[in-house]
Design a protein around this ligand. Structure first.
Ligand code: XMP
Length: 325
């Protein structure tokens, strides 16, 4: 029987052999793939790994803290966090086109990443900063992603188009290349990653920028973050997180009329998106129980200032997509 510990031992040996005294850079996004990748490399080469996490200002509530805490507490890795929110938000000012958002985020991501990479020093004498690790999985190999190549702010996808490793003169390390998602999760568990990381729903590289429809501003991001947090709390509390593939809030750029006390309100709308899917190429909307939806709606409207209406997205993919932008 094929054992995960054998895979880990074999991969660690292969990685050590290839890396020698050199230094490896790993872009950490907080998603399952890059987290498992970082955990595996940390085991294989310890401080010869440097992880870069780009805080693009488009992350969910407590996301950066979760990643920092997980990696600082559970693993002895050199983790660099680039605080780049201002730069990303400046790039996004006035931009409403979804693809233009992706393009700008992608370019900024590459420049921030390169700047961080340039500061890294090898820990071993005689070593060079010479490798880039990527969480490429088997499905990425047979067919490259979701068709977002060229646009996503995701190192895995950037490589396909931006030629980042080649540009930096780096070799590529892709130890998850032969694995499927469920095997990657198993590997993460064995390596000691907490459940919250191993079972995370996917989150797009451009982050909340494609969920604040229209122009992305700090107040709109803050509002969406609060609504999204409430939504996820209820999904988890009702035991629905593992039963769904992706659940998130979307902030619509329209106002609708409501009533509060004696007065009329004129505030924004939150759309709740929850899907079930095997491969994210097709998806069905999740049949979240009505009473859970009721709690989600009343909590968002009561707790998040600036929202007076919540709607539930009942579109399947195709013809709709999972994201709204
Ligand atoms: P759609 O909206 O196309 O999404 O049905 C399918 C899956 O891909 C994610 N997604 C992205 N991931 N960069 C990414 O890294 C992107 O630009 C991007 N757009 C969508 C989406 O969250 C879903 O899991």
């Amino acid at each position: 029987k094929w054992k995960m510990s054998d895979f880990i031992d074999a991969q660690c040996a292969v990685i050590r052999e290839r890396v020698g005294d050199d230094q490896v850079i790993c872009g950490l996004s907080g998603g399952v793939d890059s987290s498992v990748l970082a955990a595996l490399l940390a085991k294989a080469i310890g401080r010869q790994l440097t992880c870069i996490f780009v805080d693009n200002g488009l992350l969910r509530k407590n996301e950066r803290e979760l990643v920092e805490q997980t990696f600082r507490e559970h693993f002895d890795v050199d983790l660099r966090v680039a605080d780049a929110g201002d730069q990303f938000l400046t790039d996004l000012a006035g931009v409403t086109d979804p693809q233009e958002k992706r393009t700008r985020i992608g370019h900024r991501f590459i420049s921030v990443f390169k700047e961080q990479a340039a500061r890294i020093q090898p820990v071993k004498p005689g070593g060079q900063v010479h490798f880039l690790a990527q969480g490429t999985l088997y499905p990425d190999v047979i067919e490259s992603g979701q068709g977002y190549a060229g646009t996503a702010a995701n190192i895995k996808l950037h490589h396909n188009v931006g030629g980042l490793p080649a540009e930096l003169g780096f070799g590529l390390i892709e130890p998850l290349r032969n694995l499927f998602k469920d095997e990657v999760r198993k590997l993460g568990e064995v390596l000691g990653l907490p459940d919250v990381m191993v079972w995370r729903h996917p989150f797009p590289g451009p982050g909340l920028a494609v969920r604040v429809l229209g122009e992305v501003t700090r107040p709109q991001l803050d509002l969406l973050r609060d609504a999204d947090e409430v939504l996820l709390e209820e999904i988890v509390a009702n035991g629905l997180y593992r039963k769904t593939s992706q659940v998130f809030a979307v902030l619509l750029p329209v106002k609708s009329v409501g009533v509060m006390g004696d007065g009329r309100t004129h505030e924004q709308v939150i759309a709740v998106r929850a899907v079930e899917t095997q491969d994210f190429m097709t998806a069905d909307w999740a049949r979240i129980p009505f009473d859970v939806l009721a709690t989600i709606s009343s909590r968002i409207i009561n707790e998040v200032r600036g929202v007076n209406r919540v709607v539930y997205d009942i579109s399947s993919k195709p013809p709709a997509t999972i994201e709204w932008e």
